[in-house]
Design a protein around this ligand. Structure first.
Ligand SMILES: C[S@@+](CC[C@H](N)C(=O)[O-])C[C@H]1O[C@@H](n2cnc3c(N)ncnc32)[C@H](O)[C@@H]1O
Length: 400
């Protein structure tokens, strides 16, 4: 039995705890095999994706509205079908403007976004082809298939699951809250010297341990950005992340995209804002039963680990492949431009049971205090002349 790092959060059941113990043992072995110290991104990768045991590799509930249904967090497509219905409009425009027909979604969660997009594109009269889903989580595939068969039965035959990416893809790519679920390296500048934060096994539990690290391109970039963004303000300690996995992923997707567009929706900031004085303790967050906290060692495999997206890096990674930056906007602006209020207007206000939750969800998706400002949409394209209506106002590409 391991010493548990439980904080004051709800305690999981015996089966879940056994799974977490098995993952703890696996990671402990990896630490030993690595000579006693594992970089944090390797820890995060195992905690999220170790087959059968990691948070996304195992059977945790993950998405849902409330802690008492066993879920940990809620995403926009889970909040309301209006998100998918609205997103379908720019997706349809991108298909039309690029003359392509196929769709590909990364990290499709429960399948609600896929089902909603299929139904909405059909309702818009789009003659679309295949909807391919790529997910690292085998367990979620089953849930996705069930959801799509239930919510979009006549269109489910268009959906396929890919085990590997094609070398080329023409169509529209979508990824909601996928970039934030990618492993990050933790790096810390202490009195001017950079260290990498890793994980060790100490006194029967995981602990952080910082090691001096030589400067690489990513760290140098951060070093400069911190100094520029903070007016030479010096920090005793500045902890942040580098996002190599998300950058590599963006490059791969934009290279694969030979014609069409790729939309990524996620929380985060441009580089100057990301490496700001107020964020000197990193954006790494843990979600367990709708409580956010900062202990990544709590119940490994049973809680979500996530970090904010550094959108300037993502924009550079995409455009380095030759793709165009189609736009960068707050989620609120993007959804407003895409017509979310028209979509809401199509509902009957007298149907209180349907209308009230929809109106509440729209408020959450748009409100500056909720998801409207923190969440951004970044999009890349090839072969689309001009821009999309959804980026017609409030495009913040210049801030990247
Ligand atoms: C926070 S969940 C978001 C799920 C869903 N898009 C939603 O909004 O509800 C992150 C998802 O991204 C997936 N994911 C992470 N990295 C991935 C990658 N490289 N390729 C495909 N899926 C990935 C995870 O398996 C997980 O299903």
């Amino acid at each position: 039995m391991f010493a548990r790092q439980t904080d004051s959060l709800p305690v999981p059941g015996a089966e879940a705890l056994a799974q977490s113990d098995a993952l703890t043992e696996l990671i402990r072995e990896r630490i030993v095999a690595a000579g006693g110290w594992l970089p944090f991104d390797r820890y995060m990768e195992l905690a999220l994706y170790a087959p059968g045991l990691g948070y996304y590799g195992g059977g945790a509930m993950k998405f849902g509205r409330r802690a008492d249904d066993g879920s940990d967090f809620v995403t926009a497509p889970e909040l309301s079908p209006l998100f998918a219905t609205t997103l379908a409009r720019p997706v349809a425009q991108a298909l039309r403007d690029s003359g392509t027909r196929n769709l590909m979604e990364f990290g499709a969660g429960t399948g609600k976004l896929a089902a909603g997009l299929l139904n909405a594109l059909h309702a818009l009269g789009e003659d679309f082809g295949t909807y391919s889903i790529v997910d690292l989580s085998g367990e979620l595939r089953l849930r996705q298939r069930e959801t799509i068969e239930k919510l979009a039965p006549s269109l489910a035959h268009k959906v396929e699951w890919l085990n590997a990416l094609p070398t080329a893809f023409e169509g529209v790519v979508i990824g909601n809250e996928v970039l934030d679920a990618m492993p990050v390296r933790l790096v810390v500048r202490k009195l001017g010297a950079w260290h990498e934060r890793g994980v060790v096994w100490l006194n029967d539990r995981f602990a952080f341990d910082d090691r001096p690290v030589s400067l690489d391109a990513q760290i140098e970039l951060i070093d400069t950005a911190i100094d520029e963004a903070n007016d030479e303000e010096s920090f005793a300690e500045y902890l942040t992340e580098t996002h190599e996995t998300a950058l590599g992923f963006t490059k791969t997707v934009c290279t694969m995209l030979t014609r069409g567009a790729a939309f990524f929706i996620d929380y985060g900031f441009p580089r100057r804002e990301f490496y700001h004085a107020q964020r000197a303790t990193s954006t790494l967050m843990c979600h367990y039963r709708h409580r956010a906290h900062v202990n990544p060692f709590l119940y490994p495999g049973l809680q979500d680990l996530t970090a904010h997206v550094e959108f300037t890096g993502i924009a550079e990674a995409g455009t380095e492949t030759g793709a165009d930056l189609l736009g960068f906007a707050s989620q609120a602006r993007f959804l407003m431009n895409a017509g979310i209020t028209d979509v809401l207007d199509e509902l009957d206000p007298a149907d209180v049971k349907q209308f009230l939750p929809a109106a509440n969800a729209v408020q959450k998706l748009l409100s500056e205090a909720e998801m409207g400002e923190l969440f951004k949409v970044i999009a890349f394209s090839r072969g689309i002349p001009g821009t999309l209506d959804a980026f017609s106002t409030g495009d913040r590409s210049h801030t990247l």
